[in-house]
Design a protein around this ligand. Structure first.
Ligand code: FAD
Length: 465
């Protein structure tokens, strides 16, 4: 007897293991059709598109080793899915959830449309530790402060579900003739920049995919145990896991990492970082416009400066502040930046240049390979002081002190700002105090004056901040 196939729709979950939608499809004992739909309305920024291209190819390779493949379509998701269903006679569609508002609205509409046609649709938890509506205050509300969220999570949901293994065997449905929107396998998915192709640094740094995610995690479990808690703030050390883009694209799940790290006795500090990600998603779930709206409305009156030239200098790593420039160049080259440096560059844009945090958020959204629709705005609002749990605006990070403290020998700066490599460990943090090497700019703003300007602007907002 020929069974109607089950469609497994992959979105932010490019993996075989701990994939509830795929496991459900396996349990149904019907042939499966694995699909990705490149819907312009849901595509990420430019650097993450590069990752997406590689993620598709990597999962396709993994599925081929099991005798199947990944079918890639382009077009509006609802239309494309309906077309695939009618073309293949599929009677079931499964996916893992996404939690941003646009994604949720699209998925709800698609689910209703397919069900109205008699197609079974099942959705499953995405790659968070817990569903974003799960960890609530005693009164049932949204936590506004991370430490309270963390305590609440530890009390009510101390451990995420244990991760499930990858299916051992899958039966794949053939795709005889191509339905509308199908792209040639292993062809050009239209996700990569062409003129110019600026992805060389990304290619040097990353190998997207599930296998690499687990290799990296195993490596981190081995080498990071003793150093994570003490060295994670030092950008020249390779002390954090660098798993963020792998988590973003679901090559690995937070539950897999949580359980692996717990078994190894990893410090709680690391588990807390994973929980920050969940906290961000719980915030985005209750404030879906977090990337565009100040969570503290008094900041709507903030007199941000319109400064395209300053913004461009910041984007290009040409501010004259070595740690800021090193971070922005690392981002441009690799699509990633160390967390401590992300904080320093964010603070610099919002306070030293007095530029609206949303402009920085957008730049990160386009240039980070790990761009995450919840973590990015939450962290920007944290640094700008506009978030619910945020560093107060009047606490202005001094980029020179941060540089001396977290890159004491200038190793990170030397790596990303080679013009300064010849300076001593002392002079490298303040090149303007000695002789600025050729090709490196003078500071774009004076720290003391910028600080005063920021505090003055903040005071003009009126009370309440
Ligand atoms: P590790 O220290 O090894 O932590 C493990 C995991 O915990 C990370 O991979 C990440 O998934 C999560 N995590 C760690 N710190 C945070 C945090 N502060 N907030 C949320 N999750 C966290 N992270 C993103 O994944 N995507 C973003 O778009 C993003 N934008 C940011 C923007 C700004 C302005 C700042 C200050 C931080 C941002 N972060 C973002 C958080 C953090 O910088 C990265 O998650 C971290 O640098 C990733 O490196 P890692 O994997 O080595 O982290």
């Amino acid at each position: 007897m020929i069974h109607a196939p089950t469609i497994v729709w992959f979105r932010d979950d490019f993996r075989l293991a701990d994939n509830p939608a795929l496991l459900e499809a396996e349990k149904l004992h019907k042939p499966i059709l694995c699909v990705v739909i490149l819907d312009e309305a849901h595509l990420p920024g430019a650097a993450a598109r590069w990752w997406l291209d590689r993620a598709i190819r990597s999962l396709d390779g993994d599925l081929r080793r099991m005798g199947g493949s990944l079918h890639v379509f382009r077009g509006p998701a609802g239309q494309v899915l309906t077309e695939i269903v009618s073309h293949t006679g599929a009677d079931t569609v499964v996916w893992n959830r996404r939690y941003d508002l646009k994604g949720r609205e699209t998925d709800t509409a698609i689910k209703a449309g397919l069900r109205a046609e008699g197609i079974a649709v099942h959705s499953f938890p995405g790659g968070l530790l817990h569903e974003p509506w799960r960890i609530r205050t005693r009164a049932g509300g949204q936590y506004k402060i991370f430490t309270a969220f963390w305590r609440g999570m530890r009390e009510t949901h101390p451990t995420p579900f244990p991760p499930a293994p990858a299916p051992e065997k899958l039966a794949f449905a053939p795709l005889a003739s191509p339905p509308a929107g199908l792209l040639p396998q292993q062809g050009d998915y239209g996700l990569l920049p062409t003129r110019p192709d600026w992805t060389g640094g990304l290619q040097e740094m990353w190998t997207p995919g599930e296998g690499e995610a687990h290799d990296r995690f195993a490596h981190f479990m081995r080498d990071g145990l003793d150093t994570y808690a003490t060295a994670r703030d030092f950008p020249a050390e390779n002390a954090s896991s660098r798993l963020s883009p792998f988590l973003r694209f679901g090559h690995v799940t937070a539950a897999q990492i949580w359980h692996g790290a717990t078994e190894k006795g990893f410090p709680e500090r690391f588990l807390m970082e994973l929980a920050w990600r969940d906290f961000a998603w719980s915030l985005l779930f209750s404030a879906p416009d977090m990337a565009t709206r100040n969570l503290r409305p008094e900041f709507d009156a903030m007199p941000w400066r319109d400064d395209p030239a300053g913004l461009a200098r910041w984007q290009q790593g040409q501010t004259g502040y070595p740690l800021v420039d090193a971070g922005m160049r690392e981002l441009w080259h690799t699509g990633w930046m160390h967390n401590r440096v992300r904080m320093v560059v964010a603070s610099f844009l919002v306070k030293h240049l007095l530029i609206d945090w949303r402009q920085g958020e957008q730049w990160f959204a386009d240039t980070l390979v790990d761009h995450d629709p919840a973590s990015n705005p939450m962290n920007w609002q944290w640094n700008a002081g506009t978030g619910v749990d945020a560093a107060p605006y009047f606490r202005i990070m001094n980029p020179v002190l941060q540089s001396r403290k977290f890159d004491p020998h200038g190793a990170y700066i030397r790596r990303w700002v080679p013009e300064l490599a010849c300076l001593s460990d002392k002079a490298i943090h303040t090149p303007w105090e000695t002789e600025i090497p050729r090709g490196y700019p003078a500071p774009i703003v004076d720290h003391r004056l910028a600080r005063e300007r920021a505090l003055h602007a903040w005071k003009t907002m009126g009370s309440g901040a």
